[in-house]
Design a protein around this ligand. Structure first.
Ligand SMILES: [Zn+2]
Length: 87
């Protein structure tokens, strides 16, 4: 018997040998940790290790939040630049 992992079984192949994902293209190093993002060692499916469901929806929401935050920061910097150049 293998020691059971603390993660939910894979939604694709029902194996429970997932490993946590430490870095992703969409969330960097923080996103996957926030969502318990794990990867099945059997079929390479990535999913939420807590719920056992796909993380696609969470990834989209996460990206939207990051996009809005980045947009606000960039917009703020641009506004400061305009203000400084106007003086
Ligand atoms: Zn799997």
């Amino acid at each position: 018997m293998q020691t059971p992992t603390q993660y939910a079984p894979c939604p694709q192949c029902k194996q429970s040998n997932a490993k946590p994902v430490t870095y992703t293209w969409w969330g960097g190093a923080i996103g996957p940790r926030m969502m318990s993002h794990v990867k099945c060692q059997n079929c390479n499916t990535q999913y939420n290790g807590k719920t056992g469901k796909s993380n696609t929806q969470s990834i989209i929401i996460y990206n939207l939040v990051v996009f809005v935050l980045a947009f606000c920061v960039c917009g703020g910097l641009a506004a400061v630049n305009v203000l400084l150049q106007n003086q």
